[in-house]
Design a protein around this ligand. Structure first.
Ligand SMILES: NC(=O)c1ccc[n+]([C@@H]2O[C@H](COP(=O)([O-])OP(=O)(O)OC[C@H]3O[C@@H](n4cnc5c(N)ncnc54)[C@H](O)[C@@H]3O)[C@@H](O)[C@H]2O)c1
Length: 253
């Protein structure tokens, strides 16, 4: 049994996209993985994919922005898989609009999922990490943290997550816990497909146009992010903490 076999990871928003790829990758790395998403039924495909590849997974339904649901989810993971010592705060939503058209609900939902969600999940999981003196937290930020038209809510939340990450690193470092953020650029998922649809763009054309502006001349895929998560939660990354890793195919253009 390798050292990491006994470790348990929680990946939020893992029913699809970057979260699903991350759950698969961490399972391949030898971790048991809790696949958390809004509705337990939606986690079935990821759980089955992990199991089909020989890994161990548990699907759990929870809204990460709801304190009671978060506590119940984390308690269930601890009881059924073991103490979660790796947490990937990946769950996310967009409610894009220019500021003058952005509603209170658009603002609140984005804060609820990204900021409140990451706060509640991390607060609930940190005690398991502190108890064993080892832990890894990875928060999903975005290149949008640097500012992006039509995303006043999302850019604010993603910048906020960078401050949250650095503070976690300061508070939890002495307990063997690292905290880092990944800021992806353009990644092909349902989230970016929905954006293309909302602005009336053909998906293939939209991807090609975005890829043309990326130095490595391609759009990102969920596995690009999963690979970086895998590194940050690895044993060897224990001296990397409080960092924001831009995974965007180059510096921002
Ligand atoms: N796709 C990109 O280009 C891109 C770029 C930068 C950052 N990100 C970030 O990466 C993360 C994953 O993005 P994705 O593209 O895979 O998105 P996605 O929309 O494909 O998947 C997000 C998942 O989060 C889940 N979710 C939403 N609200 C939730 C809640 N309250 N509780 C639990 N689960 C919830 C959704 O059900 C969904 O399964 C997000 O945080 C996103 O903001 C994505």
């Amino acid at each position: 049994m390798s050292e990491s076999t006994a470790r348990v990871a929680i990946v939020t928003g893992a029913a699809r996209g970057i979260g699903a790829a991350t759950a698969l990758r961490l399972a391949a790395d030898g971790l048991a993985v809790a696949v958390v998403d809004l509705d337990e039924g939606s986690t079935a495909a990821t759980v089955q994919a992990v199991q089909a590849a020989g890994g161990r997974a548990l699907g759990v339904g929870a809204d990460v922005g709801d304190a009671e649901q978060v506590q119940a989810a984390v308690d269930r993971v601890a009881a059924e898989l073991g103490p979660p010592v790796v947490l990937v705060n990946n769950a996310g939503v967009t409610r894009d609009n220019m500021l003058f058209k952005m509603t209170d609900a658009d603002w609140d939902l984005v804060m609820h999922v990204h900021l409140r969600g990451s706060f509640l999940m991390t607060r609930a999981c940190q005690r398991f990490m502190v108890e064993v003196g080892w832990g890894r937290v990875v928060n999903l930020s975005s290149t949008s943290a640097l500012g992006n038209r039509g995303q006043a809510n999302y850019a604010t939340a993603k910048a906020g997550l960078q401050g949250f990450t650095k503070t976690l690193a300061l508070e939890l470092g002495k307990f063997g816990v690292t905290a880092n953020a990944i800021a992806p650029g353009f990644i092909q998922t349902e989230m970016t497909r929905a954006t293309a649809e909302r602005i009336g763009r053909d998906w293939e054309e939209y991807v090609a146009e975005r890829a043309a502006a990326i130095p490595v001349a391609r759009a990102g895929v969920p596995e690009d992010i999963a690979h970086t998560v895998s590194f940050l939660v690895s044993e060897g990354a224990g001296f990397v903490s409080g960092q924001v890793v831009y995974v965007a195919g180059g510096p921002r253009t």
